[in-house]
Design a protein around this ligand. Structure first.
Ligand code: SAM
Length: 218
C-alpha cells in the first residue's frame, strides 16, 4: 500500500475534533473553517483547548431561551453554547468591533442576522430589553470597581430579569479570577452557581428575580 493510500479515509483534523458534535454544528464549522472560527473569537489554541476553557460555562444554562453574548466577537461561543448546553438557545450578540458583528451575522441563519449589534452601526438601541441569559466574558483586565464595568454588569442584570447573567473570568492567573468573583458578594450581588475550569477560568451565574427594581448600590 502506498503512503497516499494510507491517508484515504483518514478523517480530516476538523472532523476528528468535532467527533461527538451534532451534524448541524459540524456543517457550520466546516462551512467557515475551524481556524477562522477560533481566530475570530480571539483564540489562538485548538478547538480542544477552546472546549476545555469554554465548555464549563454552558453547564450554567439548563433551560431553553434567548441568550445575549456581550462581546460576542464572531459568535462562535454562542454557536458552541447552542451545541453544548443541550437546550434550544436563540442567539444574540453585541460587539464594539463591526467586522466581528458582520462575521457573527454570517455564522447564523438568515432569521438571526438582525440579532447582532455594534455601536458603529448605531443600532445599540435596537437590542432587546430582555433575555433569558446574558453572558459577559468580563474583558480580561476589567475591574468591577470601575464605574463603566459596573454599569455593564448592572445593565446585563436589568436585561435578564427572571433569568440569569453569566460572567466568564478568563484571566490567565486563577487568583485574579477568584478575586474578581469575591468582589461580587462583597458588593451585594448574589452568586447562584459557579463552575471552575481546570485551567482556573471561573464562570459565575447571577439569577435575577423577576420583580427586582434595582441593582445593588454598595
Ligand atoms: C475575547 S472576545 C470574547 C468572545 C466570546 N464572548 C468568548 O467569551 O469567548 C472579547 C470581545 O469583546 C469585544 N469588546 C471589547 N470591549 C467591548 C465593548 N466595550 N463593547 C462591546 N464589545 C467589546 C471585543 O471586540 C471582542 O470581540
Amino acid at each position: 500500500m502506498s503512503f497516499e493510500n494510507t491517508l484515504i479515509g483518514a478523517p480530516k483534523s476538523t472532523d476528528r475534533e468535532l467527533e461527538g458534535c451534532s451534524e448541524g454544528f459540524r456543517d457550520r464549522v466546516r462551512r467557515f473553517g475551524m481556524r477562522k472560527m477560533l481566530d475570530g473569537s480571539h483564540f489562538g489554541g485548538e478547538f480542544s483547548d477552546w472546549e476545555k476553557q469554554r465548555r464549563d460555562g454552558a453547564t450554567l444554562i439548563s433551560k431553553p431561551g434567548t441568550i445575549l453574548d456581550f462581546g460576542c466577537a464572531n459568535g462562535f461561543l454562542l454557536a458552541c453554547y447552542q451545541e453544548w448546553s443541550g437546550v434550544d438557545l436563540e442567539a444574540f450578540g453585541v460587539d464594539s468591533d463591526e467586522a466581528a458583528v458582520n462575521a457573527a451575522r454570517e455564522l447564523f441563519d438568515d432569521a438571526a442576522k438582525d440579532h447582532f449589534f455594534s455601536p458603529s452601526q448605531n443600532d445599540y438601541e435596537k437590542i432587546p430589553k430582555r433575555f433569558d441569559f446574558a453572558f459577559w466574558n468580563v474583558w480580561d483586565n476589567a475591574e468591577f470597581n470601575e464605574s463603566r464595568n459596573r454599569m455593564i454588569l448592572d445593565e446585563l442584570l436589568s436585561r435578564t430579569k427572571g433569568g440569569r447573567t453569566i460572567l466568564g473570568f478568563y484571566h490567565p492567573d486563577p487568583a485574579v479570577n477568584a478575586r474578581k468573583l469575591a468582589w461580587l458578594p462583597e458588593h451585594g450581588y448574589t452568586i447562584s452557581e459557579t463552575k471552575t475550569s481546570l485551567n482556573g477560568h471561573i464562570f459565575a451565574a447571577i439569577d435575577v428575580p423577576l420583580d427586582v427594581s434595582s441593582t445593588p448600590s454598595t
